[in-house]
Design a protein. Structure first.
Length: 329
């Protein structure tokens, strides 16, 4: 059974999302039509020394772009590839985008020249995307509707693709869960914000159940996850794999917004970063000392900011009119 068939089986229930998807695709489609001529084929690659991002500028909204890491405010290269969410590492890119003319979505695997090498259908509104440091594993998060426990509101689905084995997990909800060291089952599991380690099967993610939003450690081969800490969302593992940058709900209440923080995995020490504005994003490490994230400025427009990972200094504007940042070492 090929990858596309397996994913089609895993993502049954597309009709439950149709109403929400029509709205999103309508907006995304209009934006893509407005910027169809923006970008240059071959202008962007996944070669090192650049910062990759999704442009939010009116002239090239949604297009995968890049700037020199040494001069992030300088001239940008703009490609012809459009995505709702983008990320890259190890010479591989992930692009979450609407399928042309349909009310569904797809994951497009990109090579170092941004050529699409594989397309996988998705059910849900694109939200988060990650690639392992070696470029062999990809992860995504989408919003979905129709879960009976959630009263028709949006829930999340997180999936993974292993390019070395062509193995797909359409959802992590089927994994065996351990909470505080004990087996745990519930109808309201939600997963999002996967981040990979260098170990082939190991990852971190957020899992919600009840009023908790846990940092979990997962094993894709054993199909297990275990909780590590509460009130951790959208984790991002540092390049040296010693810390996790994440957003934490202020006073434990997402309605109050989120604070970007860094967790030291060995000591358990949490360091709130100097950014005090509410950040609803999965942070991205630029290097072992700097964390980047997107902040919306107005409808359809965002900027990428950066802040020191040790809690010092002040936030600085890194890339205007941008979101979904990824450092290309």
């Amino acid at each position: 059974m090929n990858t596309r068939t397996r994913v089609l089986i895993a993502v049954t229930g597309v009709l439950t999302l149709a109403a929400a998807a029509v709205i999103y695709v309508g907006v995304a489609g209009a934006r893509n039509q407005d910027t169809a001529s923006a970008g240059t084929s071959g202008a962007v690659t996944l070669e090192g020394g650049r910062l990759l991002f999704r442009s939010t500028a009116d002239a090239d909204r949604g297009h995968v772009s890049s700037v020199a890491a040494a001069d992030p405010g300088g001239a940008r290269a703009v490609s012809t590839v459009s995505c709702a969410r983008v990320y890259a590492a190890g010479g591989t890119g992930i692009c979450l985008r609407p399928e042309t003319g349909l009310t569904t979505y797809q994951l497009a695997v990109l090579d170092s020249k941004l050529t699409v090498t594989q397309e996988i259908p998705l059910v849900g509104l694109p939200n988060r995307a990650r690639v392992s440091a070696d470029g062999k594993r990809l992860a995504w998060t989408v919003f979905v509707t129709g879960d009976s426990y959630n009263g028709g509101r949006f829930s999340t689905r997180a999936g993974t693709l292993d390019l070395t084995t062509d193995s797909v997990e359409g959802t992590l909800e089927d994994f065996a869960v351990t909470v505080d060291g004990k087996p745990y089952k519930a109808a309201d599991f939600n997963f999002w914000g996967v981040t990979f380690t260098r170990q082939p099967n190991r990852f971190f993610a957020t899992m919600s159940t009840g009023s908790h939003r846990y940092l979990v450690e997962g094993d894709s081969q054993a199909r297990t996850v275990k909780t590590l800490r509460d009130n951790v969302e959208c984790p991002s593992l540092s390049p040296d794999e010693t810390r996790i940058a994440y957003k934490s709900a202020i006073d434990g209440d997402p309605a109050k917004g989120w604070r970007v923080s860094v967790l030291d995995l060995a000591s358990g020490t949490v360091t709130p970063l100097a950014e005090t504005r509410a950040v609803d994003d999965q942070p991205a490490w630029l290097d072992d000392h700097t964390v980047a994230y997107a902040l919306p400025r107005s409808q359809g427009h965002s900027d990428v900011w950066a802040v020191s990972a040790d809690g010092s200094g002040t936030p600085r504007l890194l890339i205007p009119e941008a979101e979904s940042p990824a450092a290309l070492p």
